[in-house]
Design a protein around this ligand. Structure first.
Ligand SMILES: [Zn+2]
Length: 318
């Protein structure tokens, strides 16, 4: 989401990013000088916190812009003009967007629950990787070969297309939670509460959810970064979910270990950046996970049932 203007809490007025940046460079004593990159919000009537990038930096490569000043914030549900503008802009759209298992018609998201379940089942299958063919072009013989293999595995391209659909759906849900005025419907055009189709780890026990089954799970989580000075290849992130869950006789907060080097691959670099930031600012992160959990074979841990080097593909962060 972009923020064309922000309300400066120091100057008590709306500013564009360029204006705010110019004011941040003014010398001490100038009445318009801004001194704090964090003293911005969405508008006078919406206290969604914003931060200005490159604040007081005369030299930069990317033009300064406003970015959310904290995670998991919500725009004022009644007074945020930006959310109303977004709603109105979408109301003018002519074409709808098709994302496979759901589509968006202006401010309505129409979800094919069966296709979402299907996508999830595909994503949770063991992956068949064609690491020798990094380009998308595979010869006909190879394709035939892949299809003739058992359907118990999923090829990389199919996997990526389905994970993308689910991630986009989660993104819309997160935007909705932050204040975007979307309404969700099923294929019969009945309004639905999308969160009912996700499993909150806070309610998993109470709802009798078996964590060894495939779902879209979510919870807030804390991130720790473990540095190995002697061998940086061993640096890892530890994501610890907030809520205690159970599988059989194991009761614990599910955890995910992400090796910084080994789990790095095309398309997940920005997720590593989010983890680094979350480990530094100690602010909880909302984490969505596509798949199922399992008990650690020897210790009292609950972890995702995913190849550790691929784990970032199955996660969406707020
Ligand atoms: Zn707002």
């Amino acid at each position: 989401m972009s923020f064309p203007t922000a309300y400066s809490l120091e100057l008590k007025q709306e500013l564009t990013a360029k204006e705010a940046h110019d004011f941040s460079l003014l010398p001490l004593g100038n009445p318009n000088r801004l001194s704090d990159r964090y003293q911005f919000q969405c508008s006078k009537s919406c206290s969604f916190k914003l931060t200005l990038t490159n604040f007081a930096e005369p030299n930069y490569t990317k033009a300064p812009y406003f970015t959310p000043g904290a995670r998991n914030q919500t725009h004022d549900p009644y007074n945020c003009q930006l959310m109303i503008e977004h709603y109105q802009e979408r109301e003018q759209e002519v074409a709808s967007e098709n994302h496979g298992c759901f589509s968006r018609e202006r401010n309505k998201l129409i979800i094919d629950i069966d296709l979402v379940k299907g996508a999830l089942a595909i994503v949770a299958k063991p992956r068949q990787k064609n690491e020798n063919t990094p380009s998308s072009e595979t010869s006909n013989t190879e394709i035939t070969h892949q299809h003739s293999r058992s359907s118990s595995t999923v090829d990389d391209k199919t996997f990526r297309s389905h994970v993308k659909q689910l991630s986009t759906l989660v993104r819309y849900f997160l935007d909705y939670q932050s204040g975007e005025k979307y309404t969700f419907y099923n294929m019969d055009r009945q309004e639905i509460q999308l969160e009912k189709y996700f499993v909150s780890l806070a309610k998993a026990k109470q709802k009798g959810i078996n964590l060894e089954e495939v779902h879209i799970y979510y919870d807030t989580a804390m991130v720790d970064y473990h540095l190995d000075k002697d061998n940086p290849d061993n640096n890892y992130f530890l994501i610890r979910f907030q809520h205690i869950c159970s599988i059989d006789n194991i009761n614990n907060r599910p955890t995910i270990i992400i090796n910084e080097t080994k789990s790095q691959h095309h398309g997940v670099g920005y997720k590593i950046k989010i983890l680094r930031r979350a480990a530094k600012d100690r602010e909880p992160l909302k984490v969505f996970f596509f798949g199922s959990f399992m008990k650690h074979p020897s210790r009292k841990f609950i972890n995702p049932k995913v190849n550790p080097t691929d784990i970032l593909d199955y996660l969406v962060f707020s």
